[in-house]
Design a protein around this ligand. Structure first.
Ligand code: PHE
Length: 358
């Protein structure tokens, strides 16, 4: 049995040399398999004399154990290396830019319409102002001339928040008008602002969602009158819907914070699935507006005998539905990529009045 040492050397060398799990398995079969070299030696024990067997038995067993241990150790090393290689090949490089084409992200129609409205009013000298979504009662109602207990408060379907100890309950703002107050409290006239933002009311059906989007406008200057309001809003509608003429009417309405108040309607006609704005035989309400109430100016420390102004507010989601022919408001908030791809806009095409809005 002088070849035991040689066999062990050779076996251990081929275990070390096995470059992958398949090669190692071949070594295992060649040495320890049924017809393997080591197994062959083991079976030769049966033909030996008892003395020979006594001497060689332990040596052969030790050989088998060492070869087996070497194979197991090599297997562990190769498996760990294979896992490392797999992990390395499966990493995702998050810094890669998105692929061009149909898988690229799209701008949500509401964001597109915000941009379009800002482009039109930006051209008229308005700048964008913002305020918090969580408001206090004073900014959302009282300062806007909604007296305590006035029925107009009820029409807003307000979400009230739990009051903190010793504090009054906050509300989710029901309109963007509180930003009128915040701006007049912190800025001196002349003021010309446009306020895009999220607003909240407890309402849910095909045309109402509990969170929706408004754009508010506010102009405070000397000698401002209803003619400015009408001219400004008619110009806006023409530019926004990209039509040369619109038939519009201002219908008397009530808002606590404007006097007089008016809702603006535009003529439209239905052509199959789509709606054309500007002419036709039906009226559609598109926004609320009015001359800023003297009480609101006084609440903000502005003298109504010196300054006047007008304000307007419109629902952006509805304007987007009208302009881009979307029948239902609810998919706006479902984050369905198929919907976004269909109705979305290229994120790099910023709308401008000179370069085209849509
Ligand atoms: N805040 C009013 C609303 O949400 C809209 C409005 C704004 C009306 C400004 C007049 C002036 O219904």
């Amino acid at each position: 049995m002088s070849d035991i040492t040689t066999i062990e050397k050779e076996a251990l060398a081929s275990v070390e040399a096995a470059a992958d799990l398949a090669a190692l398995e071949q070594v295992r079969v060649a040495e320890l398999g049924k017809k393997g070299r080591v197994s062959g030696l083991m079976s030769s024990l049966g033909k030996m004399s008892p003395e020979e067997r006594k001497e060689n038995g332990p040596k052969l067993n030790a050989l088998k154990t060492r070869v087996d241990a070497a194979i197991r150790a090599r297997k562990e090393t190769l498996e760990a290396a294979a896992l490392e290689a797999q992990l390395a090949s499966e990493t995702v490089d998050l810094s890669l830019p998105p692929k061009a084409g149909p898988v690229a992200g799209a701008l949500h129609p509401v964001m597109q319409v915000f941009e379009e409205i800002a482009a039109v009013f930006g051209d008229m000298g308005f700048t964008v102002a913002e305020g918090p979504d969580i408001e206090d009662d004073w900014h959302n109602f009282t300062a806007l001339n909604f007296p305590e207990g006035h029925p107009a408060r009820e029409t807003h379907d307000t979400f009230f928040m739990h009051a903190l100890e010793g504090d009054e309950a906050k509300v989710l703002r029901t309109h963007t008008s509180p930003v009128q107050i915040r701006t007049m409290m912190s800025q001196k006239p002349p003021i010309r602002i446009l306020v895009p933002g999220r607003v909240y009311r407890n309402d849910w059906d095909a045309t109402h969602t509990p969170m929706f989007h408004q754009v508010e406008g506010l102009v405070i200057e000397k000698n401002i009158h209803m003619g400015h309001l009408k001219g400004c809003l008619i110009d806006f509608v023409k530019a926004f819907f990209e039509v040369d003429n619109v038939e519009a009417r201002f219908r008397p309405h009530f808002f606590p914070f404007t006097e007089p108040s008016a809702e603006m309607d535009v003529k439209y006609t239905r052509k199959g699935e789509t709606i054309e704005i500007g002419a036709g035989d039906s009226w559609m309400e598109i926004l609320g507006s009015g001359m800023v109430h003297p009480n609101v100016l006084r609440n903000c420390g502005i003298d109504p005998n010196e300054y006047q102004g007008f304000a307007f507010g419109m629902g952006v989601d509805r304007l987007a539905m009208l302009k881009y022919g979307m029948p239902d408001l609810r998919p706006y908030f479902e984050a369905d990529p198929q919907w976004t791809r269909h109705y979305g806009f290229a994120p790099w095409s910023t709308p401008s009045v000179s370069g085209g809005l849509s």
